[in-house]
Design a protein around this ligand. Sequence first.
Ligand code: PMP
Length: 399
Amino acid sequence: MELTNRQLFQKYTAHTSDAPLALEIVSAEHIYLKDSSGKSYIDLISGIAVSNVGHRNPEVVQAIKNQVDAYMHLMVYGEYIQSPQVLLAEALVKSTNSPKLNQVYFTNSGTEAVEGAMKLAKRYTRRSEFISCLNAYHGATQGALSLAGDENFKNSFRPLLPDIKHIRHGNMDDLVLITAKTAAIVIEIVAGEAGVKQATKSFFKALREKCTQTGCLLIIDEIQTGFGRTGTFWAYQAMEIQPDILLTAKGMGGGMPIGAFMANESIMRTLSYEPVLGHITTFGGHPVSCAASLATIKYIQEANLLDRVAVKSNLFKELLIHPLIQEVRGVGLMIAVEMKDFQTVKAVIDTCIENGLITDWFLFCDNALRIAPPLVITENEIKMACNILLQAMDKVYES
Ligand code: PMP
């Protein structure tokens, strides 16, 4: 007898928990996912922080089709001139408004952008120490995992990279840990997996100053915040600082896999000697992903998508008032709804999924619900989503 897709999933695909969501999605459009029984779900997490311009955004789909008709993979990254790649690099550089960030190295994912950036920082500074934040997540490969600010995630995989120190996100006192030995600090503007924790502009200005004084490179991880999630194209732009290296992935591809690290040509150039081919990737900057990413940037700009992110964020904050909620915090459409404990959050999530809305929690903050919908969500859809959330909270509260 032929196995169902669910049985194939159980039997043949590797699992990283004993409780995968296991929804069988057959189509997706805008903010909606449809499962194999025809049930529709509002996607409030964008899987995760990826589908900023909506699922199957028509402009992105068209760009992908056009590119597939021209060519797909041709050669390892950096050898051939491929128009979607060079046009995307130009658009990315322009999006930063920063003379510091004038070259792009393309990767396939976020964690690879982190790895490339760490190697670049070591190569450029000739130092080996890195600093990251407690409760930070920067990826699952071994360099990025070494940066993770949570022992539980790392312990079974040691030895990892030595010379890693941690600071508290947003804590001025901890900046003393940055010294002339530090190659780089890797930090998010809004700490995503810590549960959407913000730091002040004065913290980031002091951090920038300290990095400049010590020659430590400031690596800003915008893998979750990038491409408009917080309301500015890059979250660092609201902090009035400039990174030395900028990391992006997730939302960058409009649903296709791609990542990048960006830096100044004077830094980036060190990957081309001692040794030559200092960082290599076969598929990094895949032309189809680059075409999708370029269409994503164009869509964000032409639809003025970022203009209403703050209004939409405030609408969530206004509507989400309930005795179960202890705090709603966030920047733009990167929001955490904090409750008493994981059991409460999990019960609300399960009820939401039953009622056709997808949300989840955070790696290092399991007592908060994640709200990170596609930025194209309309104000009416936000009201619909909040109704489902509040009804689920009522149900959990009553029981
Ligand atoms: N950095 C941050 C801030 C992230 O949120 C993530 C993914 N959650 C990563 C890096 C790793 O990205 P990827 O899963 O594409 O490797």
